[in-house]
Design a protein around this ligand. Structure first.
Ligand code: IPD
Ligand code: CA
Ligand code: CA
Length: 258
């Protein structure tokens, strides 16, 4: 079963990546979702349809939880596909080449496989539970850095601006203590960059399951640690995430749990 799921995930992620490349730099229609900053474009929708078609033609009764439209989580299947067809829509709209497709597979409530594809860089991050994590088929692992002062970190900001004030104290504290702090604009890629050792840690409030489900497994299988801000194990349905190389986890936790 896992071999077939892996093949379908690869097919869906590569095909949707091509859809995004076709639309990149040419977005025509922008619609608003929860706020004036939370947008969806024809690229998000076409990428999602492409992924759903590939999954449905291979696994007609698997559950699907996808950001833009499809929520089909009532079938009796033990498998659920969790999909962000375009993570980094704001970057995409502005022509910034940092965005990804994220696809995870959950079995009986446990994430068993995850893929994140950055089509511009042609980088596919992939992990399978208990088997490891890879970037373009080469094994990856988290960095060895154990001090925040030597760490390059990344975070993200929510569309709901009434939440911003809560984030500022953490950002301030990290800016004082870390080597650097980035905001790349794709949570799925943030996680993968921690997994492959480019960055030491990532945190964000108010994310959704499709933003983090695949990247979480990629970080864990690369030897990193993923929790909420109280140090509890990660769940895609909890809206806080802290992912690190493990070595700086407690130090960052002490900042985020204040
Ligand atoms: C967003 C990105 C961004 C994060 C936002 C997400 P979207 O996803 O992951 O990095 O900071 O919180 O909503 O809307 O581009 O799929
Ligand atoms: Ca997203
Ligand atoms: Ca998205």
């Amino acid at each position: 079963m896992n071999t077939k799921i892996r093949q379908v995930l690869y097919q869906a992620i590569y095909e949707s990546g091509e859809v995004l490349l076709r639309h990149f730099g040419k977005v025509k229609n922008v619609e608003f979702k929860s706020t004036e900053f939370d947008i969806v474009t024809e690229a998000d929708k076409e990428s999602e349809s492409c992924i759903i078609n590939v999954i449905r033609s291979n696994f007609p009764i698997h559950q699907i939880l996808a950001e833009e439209k499809v929520n089909d989580i009532t079938t009796a299947s033990e498998f659920k596909w969790i999909i962000d067809p375009l993570d980094g829509t704001t970057n995409f709209l502005h022509g910034v080449p940092i965005f990804s497709v994220s696809i995870a597979v959950e079995q009986q409530g446990k994430i068993i496989m995850g893929g994140v594809y950055h089509p511009i860089a042609r980088e596919l991050f992939f992990a399978e539970r208990g088997e490891g994590a890879w970037l373009n088929n080469k094994p990856i692992s988290v960095s060895q850095i154990s001090e925040i002062s030597k760490s390059l970190l990344v975070t993200g900001f929510p569309y709901e601006r009434s939440n911003i004030d809560r984030l500022i104290p953490y950002v301030r504290e990290v800016l004082v203590r870390a080597h650097g702090l980035l905001r790349l604009g794709s949570a799925a890629l943030d996680l993968c960059y921690v997994a492959c050792g480019r960055l030491e840690g990532f945190w964000e409030f108010f994310l959704n399951p499709w933003d983090t489900a695949a990247g979480y497994l990629i970080v864990e299988e690369a030897g990193g640690k993923v929790t909420d801000f109280a140090g509890n194990p990660y769940s895609p349905y909890t809206r806080q995430i802290l992912a690190t190389n493990g070595r700086i986890h407690n130090e960052l936790l002490s900042i985020l749990s204040q």
